[in-house]
Design a binder for this molecule. Sequence first.
Ligand SMILES: *Cc1c(COP(=O)(O)O)cnc(C)c1O
Length: 327
Amino acid sequence: MSPHPTLEDVEAAARRIAGVVRSTPLAASPVLSGQLGVPVRLKAECLQETGSFKVRGAANALLSRDPEAVAGGVVAVSSGNHGRAVAYVAKLLGIPATVCVSSRVPSNKVEAIEGLGATVVIAGPDQDDADAAARRLVSEEGLTFIHPFDDPDVIAGQGTIGLEVLDAFPECGEIAVPLSGGGLISGIAIAAKGRATGIRVIGVSQDRGPAMHLSLAAGRLVDVVEEDTLADALAGGLGPANRHTFDLCRELVDQTVLVSEPEIAAAMAFMHAEHGWRVEGGGAVGVAALLAGRVVPEGATAVVVSGGNVGDAAFRRALDAAGRPDQ
Ligand SMILES: *Cc1c(COP(=O)(O)O)cnc(C)c1O
């Protein structure tokens, strides 16, 4: 088994992917800062290439693999954003890409992946079905598998967000990070703890099927029933054979909290009204946790706004729901 990634791996990833990804803005949020009485800054990965941070991990993974091995093609299983990121980087490198998704993945995400020239395979209703389809392509067609979170190169790539936050906001004492499979938060925590900053790392998940939150509480991998949620990018389990992110989260994450669907909708509306950003549900959970008082920061706080890929109709529904919080 490959070892867990280290701070050095994250620093190497930053150099490797510099030409592919954007160094995104770390925007001050005057309204959140005023409400909470501490400086709050938002890391705008919704403005990242491909509309989410996932391109960082995908780029680091594809650029770290043996070029001859990946030339035959890569396959990803994805709730949408990882697939789009892999398709984007594969296209840059001239490599064929296949993305296996469940039937729950929103059509705007499927169209974006196809628009990048990748082949999309729609499997059954759950991430596990998409996972099985991808594994078949690995064994039958020899494609190279790029895991959405439980891969040392992917984790190191996501961790480059942590380096950018630390460099731009050295007084940061807490960082709130959207949490699903845990690749994003593991990478960021490796960067933050590796530089011995004393930063508290807080994971935020949707309360509908929060696999890592429940697994950390139980002290073992817990299966969840997948449910529809505004945070579609966070849906899905950890898989039966997690090698890295569960251990890393146990070791490095200080706290996990949950947010409800109305809280997510309110955060999407807040981001739109106050910052003019279109943020998808999964990208808004950190802001939701602050607005709803589920995280009460004691010092300067960074929030990762992890993605912006939400279709027009779903975005309008969320903004409407936020305007009618009692229903
Ligand atoms: C994938 C994703 C996450 C969660 O990342 P993990 O590494 O699975 O924890 C959060 N937000 C968005 C927008 C994502 O696409």
